[in-house]
Every structure is written in C-alpha cells, then in structure tokens.
Design a binder for this molecule. Structure first.
Ligand code: BEZ
Length: 212
C-alpha cells in the first residue's frame, strides 16, 4: 500500500482494461482525469454509477476530463456487464474499466480498505490535473452511490482556482461569487478583479466569478 496525498504525482501504471492495455499517464495525455473504483461488476449501485458517468460524457468532455473506472473483476466480466449497463441505464459506456484482478492498481491507490471489505475496492475517487498531480481524493462506502453532480462541481472549482487567485465558498456552484484568496492584498484587487468586490470582513472578500 502506498499513501497518496493531495499534490502528489498520481502513480503511473500499465494495466488491462475493457478497452485493452492502458498506460495511465499516456492515456491521460494533457487531460484532467477521474480515476474511480467500484466494489464489483453486476451490482446494482455500481450499475447506476457507471451509467451516470456515461450519461455525463459531454459534461466531462466540456471540462477536458477523461474518466476511468476500476474493479477487481476481469476484462470479460467488464465487457459483459457494460452491455447490461447500456441496456438498463439507456446509455453507452465508452470509457475504460480497469480489470484489476491482481489488485495491482487498487493496492497502489489504497482502494481496498480491509476493515470495510478484505477483497473488494471501496468507492474511491481521484481527480488528477494535466500535470498528473492529485487534486482531490474522496472515498465512499460500498453502500453509498456517488453524486456525480458534486464531482462536476468540484472540477469546476479546481479548474477555476488553478488559474485565478480565488477559492470557492461552501456550496458554491459555477457562476456564483468567489472568495478572493487571502494571499491577494487589497491593493492588488482592482487589477486582478476588475468586476469589483465586496469586503464582508477584511479576511472575507467576495468577487464575481472571474472566468465568466
Ligand atoms: C452495489 O453496487 O450495489 C453494491 C456493491 C457492493 C456492496 C453493496 C452494494
């Protein structure tokens, strides 16, 4: 097991997937990436999750994000299950699912939490930027399907704050006011944020979203 923390380079690997052999870093290229594990093929919650990711294809593409799933099932299991996902979720899964039968990738990314389940991966999410740095890690239990709207929201925040000196407040959604980074002095504000700002407290300064 390795510990992966925010800001670390996402460990690279070469592995089998439903779409053939993949070298993770080469596959990512210049894109952002979401690597997410699920406990097992042919299970109900996972079926809805992968169907949802497929349905959000255009939302991920708009944000230059590639998605890749993982479980410890094999390639032929993935390929059979994809047909079920497409049929039941009325979509087309065209992103790869890693076949991690030897648990190489799930061990590398610490996706098996033995006190939850000794053999199956939990619902881990890693968001990786184009420099291959890990920008977000979330872990959900098997019993709770993920909210992919939240992952899109987080990507919007990560991409915004990567290029502008702002942070996003609680429950922020794309289009709403942002917090000016504490590292920005009041003197710098007019040049950096020409749309204006509101000082609620000296340490809490709001500005319209700068990239709109
Ligand atoms: C599911 O995807 O439905 C599931 C998988 C493993 C444990 C519980 C639920």
């Amino acid at each position: 097991m390795s510990v992966i923390r925010l800001g670390d380079t996402a460990p690279n690997f070469t592995t089998q997937s439903s779409l053939g052999e993949i070298n993770f870093h080469e596959w990512l290229g210049d894109s952002w990436g979401i690597l997410f594990s699920h406990p097992a093929d042919y299970t109900p919650v996972c079926t809805t999750e992968l169907g949802t990711v497929a349905k959000y294809k255009s939302e991920f593409e708009k944000r230059n994000v590639k998605t890749i799933a993982l479980s410890v099932d094999g390639v032929s299991s993935h390929q059979g299950w994809i047909k079920d996902i497409n049929e039941t979720q009325n979509t087309e899964v065209d992103f790869p699912i890693i076949a991690d039968e030897d648990k190489k990738v799930s061990t590398l990314y610490d996706m098996i939490h033995p006190n939850a389940d000794n053999n199956l991966t939990v619902r881990s999410v890693f968001i990786i930027d184009p420099d291959k740095k890990v920008k977000l890690i979330i872990v959900y239990p098997a019993s709770t399907g993920r909210n992919f709207e939240e992952l899109l929201r987080v990507i919007d925040s990560l991409q915004l704050t990567a290029y502008h000196k702002v942070a996003t407040p609680a429950n922020w959604k794309n289009g709403e006011d942002c917090v000016i980074s504490p590292a920005v002095s009041n003197e710098q504000i007019p040049e950096l944020f020409p749309k204006g700002h509101k000082e609620v407290k000296p340490y809490l300064r709001l500005t319209p979203q700068p990239n709109l």
